[in-house]
Design a protein. Structure first.
Length: 512
C-alpha cells in the first residue's frame, strides 16, 4: 500500500520500519506534507524548522534534538542523507514551504513578507530540490498550524503571489505536485469562492497537480460538497486536482496517559503534572474529584489547533472499548449511571487503572459522507498523518480500517476496489510508475493478508521516541507478511531484520 500523506521526515532517523504504517500494510510513504520538512536548513538554524513542526504537528522537540544527526543544509543533501539511512519501507519526500522560507529568511520568515531577493533565493533552492528528487512543494495556510509560542508557522506569512511564484517554478520544470493545507473562511462565502478560484487557476496556469485533504465536518456539514465542486470545475478547465480523504472519522484519542480536554484548566493542570500513580490516588479522593468535576465546567480560553483535544461535548466523546465501533458516548453512559459526564469519565478510567481510551471525532463524523468521499473518482484514500500528532491521533490504521469496516463489515466496497484504492490509485497519483500493481517488471511491494480477519488492534501508549517522548501505537491483525522490494520485512507483524527500503526520488531525478 502507498500512503501519500505522512510526516515521517523526523521519524525515519530513529525508526527505519516506519511504524505504525508498516504494520497496516504500507510499503511506501510520501513525507513532507503541509509545508513541514527538515530541509533546506543548516544545522545551526535547526531550531527554526523544529519550531515549525513542534506544535503544529505534535512532534516533540526533545525527540528531534536527540534523534536526528543533522548532516545537511540543502534539500538535495537531505535526500542523500535519507538515501543513506537503513529503511524497512520506501520513502519519498516533498520540499516544505515553511522550511524553504526559514532557510532563506531566517527569523523574518515568521513575521515578514518575502522581498524580491528572498523569492529569487527560494526559487533557486526549489529548482535544486526538484532536480535532486523532491516530489513537489507543500505549504500551509491553515490556522491550525501554529508554533509553540502561538505564532503562525512560516508558510502562513507568504502572500499568494509568493505561492504562485514557487508553484510556477514547478510549472516551468514540468515536475512536481503542489500540496496545501488550506485557508478557512467560516461563513464567508465570497472569501471561499475567491480561494477556490485561486486554487483552480493555479492548477490550470501551471499545469501542476494540486492536492489537499478533504473531510466533512458537523459544524459545516455541506462544505465538503463545495470542494467536490472545485475538483470538477478544475477538471473542466483543464487543470489537475485531487483530494485526499480518510477511511473513517478523524479522531483525537483521549486518555489519562496522553491528553484530556481539561488538561490546561486550573486544578486539572496541577493534577496532570503528577506521575500517573499519584494521579490515580488523588482521583480516588472524593474532595479532589469534586474539585475536578467543578473545574471541568470552566472554559479553556486557549483555542485548540490541529489534533489537540477540543472543548468537551460529551455526546461527541466516546468510550473506546474495542478497536472499531460502534461506540457509546460518555453522555449516554453518564445518564445510565446517574452521574455527570466528567464523573463518568473519571470512573471509567479508574475502573481500568487509567488504561481507558476515549475518542473525540473532530472531522468526518458523518460516516455516510465519509463513504461518499471515499468513492468519489477525484479523491484518493490516504491521510494517515503518520509521524505527526503522535500522542493525539492514531490514523496510521486507515488501511486496515478500510478493509475491515467498509469491505467486510459494511460491504460498501469490494475487496478489489479497496485494494486498488490503497495501492494502484495512490501509486499512480504520486507518479510511482513501477509500483501499485503485481506485474512483471514492477517492484515487488506486497501485502499478504486474510480478508476475513484483517483489522486494527487497540492502541497503546509507549515512550519509545528519542529522549523518552511518548506516542500512540496501533498494530494490526490478519496480515501475515509485508514484502518490500522483494524482501519480507514483516512476518505476522514482527520484523524479520530485513531493511530493503529505498528513497523514491521525484520525477526529475528519475528522468536524469
Amino acid at each position: 500500500f502507498v500512503d501519500g500523506h505522512t510526516h515521517m521526515d523526523a521519524q525515519v532517523f530513529w525508526d527505519p520500519l516506519g511504524t505504525c504504517s508498516c504494520w497496516h500494510g504500507v510499503t511506501s510513504v510520501v513525507m513532507g506534507n503541509c509545508g513541514f520538512t527538515l530541509a533546506p536548513c543548516a544545522k545551526p538554524d535547526r531550531h527554526l524548522v523544529i519550531r515549525n513542526l513542534e506544535r503544529a504537528e505534535d512532534i516533540a522537540a526533545k525527540a528531534m534534538e536527540a534523534g536526528i544527526d543533522w548532516t545537511w543544509t540543502t534539500f538535495a543533501e537531505f535526500l542523500d542523507t535519507i538515501e543513506s539511512l537503513p529503511k524497512g519501507i520506501n520513502y519519498a519526500g516533498y520540499l516544505g514551504h515553511s522550511a524553504l522560507r526559514t532557510y532563506v529568511m531566517g527569523e523574518r520568515a515568521f513575521d515578514k513578507p518575502a522581498d524580491e531577493n528572498d523569492l529569487a533565493a527560494m526559487e533557486k533552492e526549489l529548482r535544486s530540490g526538484l532536480t535532486a528528487g523532491a516530489m513537489g512543494l507543500t505549504t500551509s495556510r491553515s490556522p491550525s498550524h501554529e508554533t509553540p509560542d502561538r505564532r503562525p508557522v512560516a508558510s502562513r506569512l507568504a502572500t499568494w503571489n509568493e505561492v504562485r511564484r514557487l508553484v510556477g517554478v514547478m510549472g516551468e520544470m514540468n515536475a512536481g505536485i503542489f500540496e496545501i493545507a488550506g485557508e478557512r473562511f467560516g461563513d464567508d462565502q465570497e472569501g471561499l469562492r475567491d480561494y477556490h478560484v485561486r486554487l483552480r487557476d493555479l492548477a490550470v496556469d501551471t499545469g501542476r497537480p494540486v492536492t489537499w485533504g478533504l473531510f466533512s465536518r458537523r459544524d459545516a456539514p455541506e462544505l465538503w460538497r463545495q470542494y467536490i465542486g472545485l475538483l470538477e470545475e478544475t477538471a473542466a478547465a483543464g487543470g489537475r486536482m485531487f483530494a485526499q480523504v480518510h477511511s473513517r472519522a478523524l479522531t483525537v484519542v483521549l486518555s489519562f496517559k496522553t491528553s484530556l480536554p481539561f488538561d490546561r484548566l486550573p486544578v486539572w493542570k496541577e493534577l496532570r503534572a503528577l506521575p500517573l500513580e499519584e494521579q490515580k490516588r488523588r482521583l480516588r479522593d472524593p474532595e479532589m474529584k469534586r474539585r475536578l468535576i467543578e473545574a471541568a465546567g470552566k472554559r479553556d480560553e486557549r483555542q485548540p489547533i490541529g489534533a489537540e483535544p477540543r472543548a468537551a461535548a460529551y455526546e461527541w466523546i466516546f468510550l473506546m472499548d474495542a478497536p472499531q465501533g460502534p461506540y457509546r458516548s460518555v453522555a449516554e453512559i453518564a445518564r445510565e449511571r446517574g452521574v455527570g459526564p466528567v464523573e463518568a469519565m473519571i470512573d471509567l478510567a479508574l475502573e481500568k487503572d487509567l488504561e481507558r481510551f476515549f475518542l473525540q471525532p473532530i472531522a468526518n463524523e458523518n460516516q455516510d459522507h465519509a463513504l461518499e468521499l471515499i468513492k468519489h473518482p477525484r479523491t484518493v484514500v490516504t491521510f494517515s498523518d503518520s509521524g505527526a500528532h503522535v500522542s493525539q491521533i492514531m490514523d496510521a490504521s486507515l488501511q486496515t480500517h478500510l478493509l475491515s469496516y467498509w469491505v467486510r463489515t459494511k460491504q460498501a466496497l469490494t475487496l478489489e476496489q479497496a485494494v486498488r484504492m490503497l495501492s494502484f490509485d495512490n501509486a499512480t497519483h504520486w507518479g510511482f510508475s513501477d509500483r501499485g500493481l503485481v506485474r512483471e517488471g514492477f517492484a515487488a511491494d506486497l501485502v499478504v493478508f486474510d480478508p476475513d480477519t484483517v483489522a486494527p488492534e487497540m492502541p497503546e501508549v509507549v515512550n519509545d521516541l528519542p529522549a523518552g517522548a511518548r506516542r500512540l501505537v496501533q498494530r494490526a491483525r490478519g496480515i501475515s507478511a509485508t514484502v518490500v522490494n522483494g524482501e519480507t520485512v514483516l512476518r505476522d507483524g514482527k520484523h524479520t531484520g530485513a531493511l530493503p527500503g529505498r528513497l523514491l526520488r521525484g520525477p526529475l531525478a528519475r528522468r536524469a
